[in-house]
Design a protein around this ligand. Structure first.
Ligand code: TMP
Length: 202
């Protein structure tokens, strides 16, 4: 038995995270066993690596290796066992974020990212990826005045435009699993888009 693996992606400020718990609640009331988790993070070790990734200065290769180290622990300890039990896994970011942020954003070699992906989790891939798409300018406006920005949130609008382009490239490469959500719409409309995207997939 294999459960469904749903991932949520988008640039910082796109608003994806606030739609995950409401979706989990709806799926649970429909009788599914749902696990909500996030990356970087999702295990005690990966949460410690998250703190380092978000706050310690480092070069791009160190960043990539830490992201995949955290992912390795998360996949082997949490995601793969949950899918094997038949649970539905809702994960706030996964490897598409590495292609978008480290690949498109930082300019890290995509072939090397693919090699790491195959090494770390070749057999665990999302069934569906909800991509919350918003311009870098609108996302920056939403983040203004929020808590102190971390290493990623401090990046320039140009960085986030590259990250957005990175997500677009991933969506074009994997059209069968990617669903674009218009994150510029109001909250209710975004919620309806999320529900519609998953209809027939879960
Ligand atoms: P979050 O704020 O959505 O929880 O994500 C934390 C930050 O980590 C976010 O700015 C994106 C970044 N990130 C990467 O750069 N690469 C990755 O592979 C992941 C999962 C997150």
């Amino acid at each position: 038995m294999r459960g469904r693996f749903i991932t949520f992606e988008g640039i910082d400020g796109a608003g994806k995270s606030s739609h995950i718990e409401p979706l989990a609640a709806r799926l649970r009331s429909a009788g599914l066993t749902v696990l909500v988790t996030r990356e970087p993070g999702g295990t005690p070790l990966a949460e410690r690596l998250r703190e380092v990734l978000l706050h310690a200065p480092m070069d791009a290769l160190t960043e990539v290796l830490l992201v995949f180290a955290a992912r390795r622990d998360h996949v082997s300890q949490v995601i793969a066992p949950a899918l094997a039990r038949g649970d539905t896994v809702l994960c706030d970011r996964f490897t598409d974020a590495t292609f978008a942020y480290q690949g498109a954003g930082r300019g890290f070699d995509l072939t090397q990212l693919e090699a790491l992906e195959n090494w770390v989790h070749a057999e665990v891939q999302p069934d569906c990826t909800l991509w919350f798409d918003l311009s870098a300018e609108q996302a920056a406006q939403r983040l203004t005045g929020a808590r102190a920005p971390d290493r990623f949130e401090q990046q320039s609008p140009a960085f986030f435009e590259r990250v957005r382009e990175g997500y677009l490239a991933r969506a074009e490469s994997f059209p069968q699993r990617f669903v674009r959500i218009d994150a510029a719409a109001d909250r209710e409309s975004v919620g309806r888009q999320v529900a519609a995207a998953l209809e027939g997939r879960i």
